[in-house]
Design a protein around this ligand. Structure first.
Ligand SMILES: NC(=O)c1ccc[n+]([C@@H]2O[C@H](COP(=O)([O-])OP(=O)(O)OC[C@H]3O[C@@H](n4cnc5c(N)ncnc54)[C@H](O)[C@@H]3O)[C@@H](O)[C@H]2O)c1
Length: 437
């Protein structure tokens, strides 16, 4: 057995600052408030409901994860955030239309007290949106400094011990790395020069990381996933996680695909289409924002199926992903998948999946878990990319030397083994020879 790592205590008050108080954020915040009141249960959350096996199967030890690693409790959390709209969290939750008014009304006072701070926003990066609650600044550096002021004010006004920041804002247009993204020095120069390759989400990420806060990205845009901000995170001790929450269709894809590959069933095509009617769907109706999402959604099959290792099974795979904006459905997304399979001797088969899901209901427990696990990472002294949190993301951040791991079951094993490692417990390999020797 290895030694348990030293962990700073989990006590005190923890601020959770969310960028964008839209469907995902308000469903997370309202959900946690309802759970605290005993109105509902934290279904879907590993930190709240998950267990972890420790030691041999014969030992019968499977405690709750929250009993094994010290996590902040829900009562310790204090919420805040930014949005381009002035609606408080209660109004924003009503607009998002995810949770029933009967539930929202039971937490109305607490929810209404969460009011958005003015946002850093530029329409250039999210074409389908515009709103009045936006900061002014001569340079992007000014804007970053205003965000840092916001963070410090929020921390002192609420007497917080720690703060975590999560981007739950809209998906920005597709961007690739630029020279300004290559080092902290180049990035800071570019902030002063209002470089167009620094979108709003990077300004938030910079502010959070500069303050040494844990930072997660719930959306697919680059945000903190550039060399400059990874370098800054190492300097300031910020743990990072992202990108793009793994909910809905991609969650199912990363559950089914590893199973097909495990049995060496070929896949000739995988056609995925969705209808979605919330504001996220409206933003993604813009081809430039959709491109960011499409890249994120499409990469998973390549990595899971590994066509270079299995050319006979997967090299001709046609993978198509569509999202259609369809207002009548609101947040209640419907996804259809048609998978063209190939079996023994090349005989074709088909698998159809019709998932009637709720986007933000699947996303909220992830935001909670990621916030609590990042807070743990910070207290353990971890900084930079937290690959063990890949479990929660469609495009997991990863070291340049390795490919991202997309298989949900490997991701879960990595997460739980990291918790075991932190506590000095034996890692589980599933070898199991000892039961038969
Ligand atoms: N719901 C899911 O299952 C899911 C899954 C994966 C990823 N995501 C991503 O999470 C993000 C949020 O999703 P949502 O459904 O809550 O969308 P939403 O449109 O309901 O909320 C986004 C909010 O962000 C605000 N915003 C946009 N730019 C901002 C900025 N620069 N500063 C402050 N606020 C800003 C918008 O005004 C809006 O209120 C999206 O990028 C979405 O693609 C959602």
């Amino acid at each position: 057995m290895t030694k348990a790592l030293p962990i700073a205590p989990a006590g005190g008050k923890v601020g959770v600052l969310l960028v964008g108080l839209g469907a995902v954020s308000t469903t997370t915040i309202a959900g946690i408030m309802a759970i605290r009141k005993g109105i509902a249960k934290p279904i879907g959350s590993l930190t709240q409901m998950g267990t972890i096996r420790l030691g041999k199967r014969t030992e019968g030890r499977s405690p709750a994860i929250s009993d094994v690693v010290p996590l902040a409790g829900l009562d310790q959390l204090v919420f805040g955030g930014w949005d381009i709209f002035e609606d408080d969290c209660y109004q924003a939750a009503k607009t998002a239309g995810v949770l029933e008014p009967t539930l929202l009304n039971q937490i109305k006072d607490e929810l209404s007290a969460v009011k958005p701070m003015p946002a850093v926003f530029d329409r250039q990066y999210v074409k389908r949106l515009d709103g009045p609650n936006v900061k002014k600044g001569k340079t992007k550096r000014d804007l970053a400094e205003q965000l840092i002021e916001d963070i410090r004010r929020f921390k002192s006004a609420n007497q917080l011990d720690r703060v975590v920041l999560v981007w739950c804002g809209s998906t920005e247009i597709f961007m690739t790395e630029s020279p300004a993204h290559q080092s902290v020095a180049a990035f800071e120069k570019a902030l002063d020069a209002n470089d167009p390759t620094i979108p709003s989400s990077m300004i938030y990420a910079y502010a959070a990381i500069k303050e040494g806060l844990p930072y997660a990205n719930a959306a697919p845009n680059l945000s903190a996933d550039i060399p400059a901000l990874l370098e800054l995170a190492q300097n300031t001790g910020s743990p990072l996680a992202g990108k793009d929450l793994k909910t809905g269709q991609t969650l199912i894809k990363t559950i089914i695909a590893p199973g097909l590959k495990a049995r060496l069933l070929g896949v000739a095509g995988w056609y995925s289409t969705n209808i979605l009617g919330n504001r996220d769907g409206e933003v993604l109706d813009d081809p430039e924002s959709f491109k960011t999402k499409e890249e994120s959604k499409k990469s998973v099959l390549d990595y899971i199926l590994q066509p270079s290792l299995y050319p006979d099974l997967y090299s001709d795979l046609h993978h198509v992903v569509r999202i259609n904006y369809y207002p009548p459905r609101g947040d209640n997304k419907e996804g259809w998948d048609n998978i063209d399979l190939v079996g023994w001797l090349g005989y074709p088969m088909q698998l159809k999946i019709n998932f009637l899901c709720r986007d933000s209901i699947l996303a909220a427990p992830i935001v909670l878990d990621v916030a609590l696990f990042l807070d743990l990472a910070k207290r353990v002294g971890y900084s930079g990319i937290q690959e063990w949190l890949s479990f929660y993301f469609k495009s997991p951040m990863h070291a340049p030397s390795v490919y991202p791991e997309h298989d949900l079951f490997i991701q879960l094993m990595k997460l739980k083994n990291t918790l075991r490692h932190i506590r000095g417990e034996e890692l589980i390999t599933h070898l199991g020879r000892e039961y038969y020797d």
